[in-house]
Write a protein that binds this ligand. Sequence first.
Ligand code: UDP
Length: 460
Amino acid sequence: MDQTHVKNSIVQSPETRRRIILFPLPFQGHSNPMFQLANILHTQGFNITIIHTQFNSPNHSTYPHFHFRSINDQFSEVDHLRSTNRDPSFYVKYLNRSCEDPFRNCLIDLLDEEPVACLISDAMFYFTQGIADDLKLVRMVLRTSSLGCAIGYGAVPFSKEGRFNLTKQDPGYEASVPEYPLIKGKDMLKIAVNPEGYGDLVANMLKQMKASSGLIWNTIKELEEPELETINQDFQVPSFTLGPFHKHFPAPSSSSIKQDRDILSWLDTQPPKSVIYTSFGSVARITDLEFQEVAYGLANTSSPFLWVVRPGMVLGFEWIESLSEKFMESVGDRGRIVKWCPQQEVLAHPATGCFWTHNGWNSTLESICEGVPMICSPCFVDQPIIARYAGDVWKIGILLEDGFERVGIAKAIERIMMDKDGEEMRKRVIRLKEKVNLSLDEGGSSNESLKSLVAYISSL
Ligand code: UDP
């Protein structure tokens, strides 16, 4: 974390401290940035209370400077379905219903105790806007994905018949989507396994973002300048782009899986920019067929690799037991498989040459922040949109158009690690990294946006 920037200096005196209540969605890609934001606001002089669900409860002792309130989410009633039902909108919508009463009661108790400047909830907890309105509390929103994704979500025709059951033979499969030409027909199939359910969730989220008092984004103006202009026109509430949060103030990973830190000393033994780092985040699951393609895609190259396989990531298996001995022998010490790793440190390590990622927004930002080009294998929800940005807009990654398929994988690895093309992508991502660093400096856009956010909350 030696490159961390802690360069913001407006700290309020204790007399002016005020409380902010934050309510993260209990999935790592959402709760990590919320805790990072909480740390940033705490360093700016605010008192922090986190309301959290019992499901994926954070470890309170990691944050002795915060207050915590836990609410009963009843998530255990549906959690057991997760190995068979892969529709994320089902779980998020469930939480929006089951948390409503306990959240309201908890908020009433907290407001009785002391004045509160505002509530900051995850955008996907859209039910909180109505409660905040009832209790006359200002609600701001943290949206943990990109600005581009919010625009895409507004444009994707979730309710259009026939758009989500295309097959490879259909002309629309490879064609751009007319309502949102950045993506192709086949991307839509990945965005939503249940288009009606997901479209509904997205519509509620966007509506309540518009009804909020302000939007906080973990992005950087210079990365998404045209998108910021569009959002400012469409949403008409102030937007604060103060990312990347983890470079202001890192927060420990909230994963319950222990990080394998020994891997850093293995990386120390590898040549500069030689290692393919592979991870598909904290939620995505793949079939064993896909898993074998990833394995042989990696095995069939000459590059060393570090591969994160979360327990339970391969459907129907505990961990990596479906990998053959032949595979293990052929790879030897050239490849390492771990359950979880300190990703930001791995990306910052000089040995890391590229990131084969699912393009979760946090992973994408972390890769940009370390100047690491990507191979893109989006799995679902916002990832296909972010992957198109990485591949087609910023041109800092190669999208595996045909999914997990070993020949395409080997070609992409070769292109990014050896070809001139890959070298160009590396140069572009390094230029973006430099822009990100400047944005965090005094006078930079993210630094200024943080100051505006602090002033805005203080004025409420
Ligand atoms: N991560 C990590 N160790 C790993 C893999 C991932 O710490 O081995 C972190 C990663 O740094 C990122 C988060 O998990 O901050 C994943 O968030 P992202 O938005 O990329 O994807 P999601 O998990 O939401 O699909």
